[in-house]
Design a protein around this ligand. Structure first.
Ligand SMILES: NC(=O)c1ccc[n+]([C@@H]2O[C@H](COP(=O)([O-])OP(=O)(O)OC[C@H]3O[C@@H](n4cnc5c(N)ncnc54)[C@H](O)[C@@H]3O)[C@@H](O)[C@H]2O)c1
Ligand SMILES: N[C@@H](CCC=O)C(=O)O
Length: 541
């Protein structure tokens, strides 16, 4: 039993390692990469704390070298989904009864393991399986993952400390119970940190979880699961399954004990799952919580008072790092005519220095897109732009799948601000640009707001404070994360709570107290010290 109201260590952002050429840290990471490239793990599911293998072994291919199998995973079927639900429900009573300090310790230990002994392996797995370069892997699978763990522990205790006032003679309390039943985490390929955060933050709040990572992120998910086990996460609290997404959802979302969905991925998949939940609404013991962070069509608007070099640098960085495979990547830009020539010249100069290739060479800023589907999708947009009378390829446009799935950073210029690449999420290294007349500033803001169904991130570049304020107001609902004179990507846990509305999701802000509160069901407790012994109002005597 706890006999103190303890405070957790203050959360802080994990410092990003610089990986200078020749440094011990980069040599260590690259040595781990080379070793893991040939390790060929056979990755099991983890159900009830047990490694589960099946007869269905699937090869894992690296995006930067699709002929290279770096391992394989065991694909499960619906019997594994049933087993994962049972294991979660069996683990629930003990996990629920464990004091919160013990839960906090597990995840704080997980943060330290990720910051220390697991760091290289997490980063290398992300480089091999998801084709992130050293810097992109470091800020995702090391720093952002660690930040999620540390900050969520702090947010949990802040939440627990929030208590109601008590009138004389009574004591009011609230307690933050885990949801009744089990939770379901479905995670995307593009962020190792997100895949670690979605199941763990639900577990941190006392829930038990079935977690289905993306089949394209299984290597780093496997390392995360090893790390959680070493941190002391009890068996059955998080159960990791590799099963078909659609079938799994149909099964889980129809289960009477299903209590919460934590999803990150594409808008259409999330909408399908929400619909399934609606269809099953009469089956549940309690209304399930639904949190989904989904797609984006993130904008940059540059006013004539913007600094052209700053616009260019932030477009190159914001659109092309991690091959544009970030929900927050800049993918449509509106540039004022009078600064366009300078922006263009600066972009051209910067893009000339961009190198593309395997993440094993840290000087490659651009690596491969995730798979053949993504490669073909990007190529389709590029080919259509080449043929369209509405668009032209300004920079890039080459695609090479001879070894890996490489798409050159590409800029499409169009005079049609409703051209397809301005409205649809591509999720690749393709940026579309529209040049507007300086005097059409207000109309352009309206265009930005109305062009796409998404509302995830966006940036305004300007030096004029009245103009910044005007954009701030006009674009109030166009982005959940709004940036002034910065790229629209790179949100840091604890600093810029992340998420968007409209077709971009439920905007519950990953890595914040607002998100954690979705995974608890509050119970109010009122205790009266000296109870009334007479039913009458005072004036009735
Ligand atoms: N808003 C955010 O915070 C955020 C962050 C990262 C990624 N994203 C979005 O994620 C998408 C890219 O990730 P992705 O390609 O892995 O997304 P995805 O929607 O293809 O897959 C996400 C997860 O859903 C599973 N899935 C696929 N089909 C399913 C179905 N019919 N039913 C249930 N589950 C199913 C996948 O296996 C995977 O685990 C982009 O749209 C991107 O914008 C959003
Ligand atoms: N924290 C990230 C989230 C990106 C998701 O794909 C960013 O803002 O860059």
């Amino acid at each position: 039993m706890t006999k103190a109201i303890s405070q957790v260590p203050y959360a802080y952002n994990e410092p990003v390692r610089s990986y200078e050429p020749g440094s011990a840290e980069v040599e260590s990471l690259l040595a781990t990469y080379r070793q893991m490239w040939n390790e060929k793990p056979e990755i099991p599911m983890v159900i009830g704390g047990k490694d589960v293998t099946t007869a269905n072994k699937v090869r894992l291919q690296s995006p930067q070298d699709h002929q290279h199998d770096f391992g394989s995973y065991f694909k499960g079927d619906m019997s594994d989904v049933d087993a994962a639900i049972e294991a979660a429900l069996a683990a629930k009573p003990k996990w629920n009864a464990l004091p919160w300090e013990q839960r906090a310790s597990i995840f704080l230990k997980a943060a330290e393991l990720a910051a220390g002994p697991y760091r290289d392996r997490l980063n290398a797995a992300t480089m091999i399986g998801q084709s992130k370069n050293v810097h992109q892997a470091e800020i995702d699978s090391a720093c952002e993952f660690i930040d999620f763990l540390r900050y969520n522990v702090e947010f949990m205790t802040e939440m627990y400390s929030e208590q109601p006032v008590s009138d004389h003679g009574i004591w009011n309390r609230v307690e933050y119970r885990p949801l009744e039943g089990f939770c379901f985490a479905v995670t995307p390929f593009n962020f190792t940190a997100i895949s670690g955060n979605l199941p763990s933050c639900m577990a941190m709040m006392g829930n038990v979880v079935v977690w289905k990572p993306s089949e394209k992120q299984i290597y780093s998910a496997h390392i995360i699961m090893q790390l959680f086990r070493e941190a002391g996460l009890p068996d059955g609290v998080i159960n990791m399954i590799f099963t078909d997404g659609k079938e799994t959802s149909e099964k889980i979302l129809a289960h009477p004990d299903f209590a919460g969905l934590h999803f990150t991925g594409s808008t259409s998949v999330f909408q399908g799952m929400w619909k399934l939940i609606g269809d099953n609404i009469h089956n549940y013991k309690t209304y399930p919580r639904i949190v989904g962070e989904t797609g984006g069509k993130d904008f940059v608007v540059a006013h004539k008072t913007a600094i052209p070099e700053a616009v260019a640098a932030n477009l190159v960085r914001g659109a092309f790092e991690y091959q544009g495979q970030k929900c927050s990547a800049a993918s449509r830009a509106y540039i004022s005519k009078s600064i366009w020539d300078e922006v263009k010249a600066s972009m051209e100069a910067q893009l000339k220095t961009v190198k593309m290739g395997s993440p094993e060479d840290p000087s490659n800023f651009v690596n491969a897109v995730i798979d053949k589907n993504s490669f073909e999708k990007c190529k389709g947009y590029i080919e259509r732009a080449k043929e369209s009378s509405d668009a032209e390829i300004l920079f890039g446009g080459r695609c090479d799948d001879s070894k890996g799935w490489f798409v050159e950073p590409t800029v499409i210029l169009t005079e049609n601000p409703k051209y397809e690449s301005f409205c649809e999420e591509i999720f690749g290294p393709i940026l579309s640009i529209y040049i507007f007349d300086d005097e059409k500033w207000e109309e352009t803001l309206k265009l930005v707001d109305e062009t796409s169904p998404y509302s995830l991130t966006g940036s305004i570049f300007a030096q004029d404070r009245y103009i910044i304020d005007e954009a701030y107001k006009a674009l109030e609902n166009a982005a959940g994360n709004f940036y002034i004179n910065d790229k629209p990507t790179g949100a840091v846990v604890g600093q810029q709570p992340f998420g968007g509305a409209r077709a971009s999701g439920t905007n519950d802000k990953a890595g914040s107290k607002m998100n954690l509160i979705r995974w608890v069901s509050v119970r109010s407790i009122k205790e009266t010290f000296v109870p009334a012994r007479n039913y009458k109002y005072p004036y009735l005597g």
